[in-house]
Write a protein that binds this ligand. Structure first.
Ligand SMILES: [Mg+2]
Length: 364
């Protein structure tokens, strides 16, 4: 692909940690703050490409910044070509491995490159990738953590009042009856036609998943997400074949080849790669081609501000996961109406920092 000519001048990395509007308890941990790495790719031509990467834990942010400092030494003075820059960086980090923290940092760099070239072309990223400036179906993935089931109905109603038809509830309590109560408490507040997703965050053994999955068939769940360990494709395939509720996986696919393997194994009914684990925009494009060839519906994980562009250019686009975690430090969040997220009609991704907020939430 020929991109507008831009030259890398420097990378700037900052770390912020903003409080979450709705702290989230999952089967893994309870989170009240969301640490992000903010990347500015500055060019000699004056265009700045931006990316924000969720760090999961505060400890990973300085390590990701170190990776990008090393990457900067390799790419300063080079053309902003996502493919070539990705190749140079992966070669440098090959012995350490290009997954995990390294992979997330290099994905952020890839996203910043694509943002820069789309800006230079004067096009929204969606259109630059061959898609259209459109609105994509979105569910409100905030809240609905592992709280007491009695509190969930009210929260689900509040989340749907933010402009959504669909929401997602977290599961994986020790007692499956409590999970069932949670699902019913939320379901009772929604029309039958409104999608309700459920996420186990890898909580179950293969045996438990078969029992719990079968028990949830008939409860009106749109998908159950990551019921098993993320890389147990064999177990996940057996579960997907055994139960009626669709199985969703993918936020832990570390690159498009892993997605292709999962699809080859029929590990799930749906896939939902994460922008920073799948390899940025470049990785997403390869992944979406695999999903399209197999006819598998593809949703996004986190980063609604960027994912909205990608889904608008994805042949088997399914659902956008809407999260508000980055909104405290962005100049604009995703616009939602009638359960759809709108691709912003601005050059690039449209992601930009609220500098006062970045100062306020900065970590050293
Ligand atoms: Mg999930």
């Amino acid at each position: 692909m020929n991109h507008p000519p831009l030259t890398v001048r420097a990378l700037r990395c900052r770390i912020v940690q903003a409080p979450m509007k709705r702290p989230l308890g999952t089967s893994v941990a309870r989170m009240a703050f969301a640490p992000f790495l903010l990347l500015d790719l500055q060019t000699e031509e004056g265009v700045t490409g931006r990316a924000h990467a969720f760090c999961y834990m505060e400890l990973s942010a300085p390590a990701m910044r170190r990776v990008l400092e090393t990457a900067a030494e390799l790419i300063e003075g080079r053309a902003v070509d996502p493919a070539a820059i990705g190749q140079v960086c992966r070669n440098r980090f090959m012995l350490l491995g290009t997954q995990g923290i390294v992979g997330m940092a290099l994905s952020a760099l890839d996203v910043a490159c694509w943002d820069a070239v789309a800006q230079a072309a004067g096009q929204p990223l969606a259109r630059y990738l061959g898609g259209t400036v459109t609105a994509v179906p979105a569910y409100n993935s905030n809240g609905l953590g592992l709280a007491h089931p009695d509190t969930l109905g009210e929260e689900a109603e509040a989340l749907r009042r933010e402009g959504f038809d669909a929401v997602k509830v977290r599961l994986g309590r020790a007692d499956p009856k409590e999970d069932l109560r949670a699902v019913r408490a939320v379901r009772a507040t929604m029309p039958d036609t409104s999608p309700l997703m459920a996420d186990y965050n890898q909580a179950l053994s293969a045996e438990d998943a078969l029992q719990r999955g079968a028990a949830l068939d008939g409860e009106g769940l749109y998908w159950i997400e990551e019921p098993l360990a993320h890389d147990d494709f064999r177990g996940s395939a057996a579960l997907a074949a055994a139960i009626e509720t669709p199985v969703q996986i993918g936020e832990n696919f570390t690159g498009p080849d892993v997605l292709a393997t999962a699809i080859d194994c029929s590990a799930s009914d749906y896939v939902m790669p994460d922008l920073m684990r799948i390899g940025g925009v470049s990785g997403w494009l390869r992944a979406s081609a695999f999903a399209a060839a197999a006819g598998v519906p593809m949703s996004s994980h986190l980063y609604p501000e960027v994912s909205v562009h990608l889904l608008a250019a994805t042949p088997t686009a399914h659902w956008l996961e809407y999260m508000d975690w980055a909104e405290p430090f962005l100049t604009a969040g995703v616009t939602i109406s009638d359960g759809r997220a709108q691709v912003p009609d601005r050059p690039g991704t449209g992601v930009d920092w609220d500098e006062d907020a970045v100062d306020r939430f900065a970590l050293p």
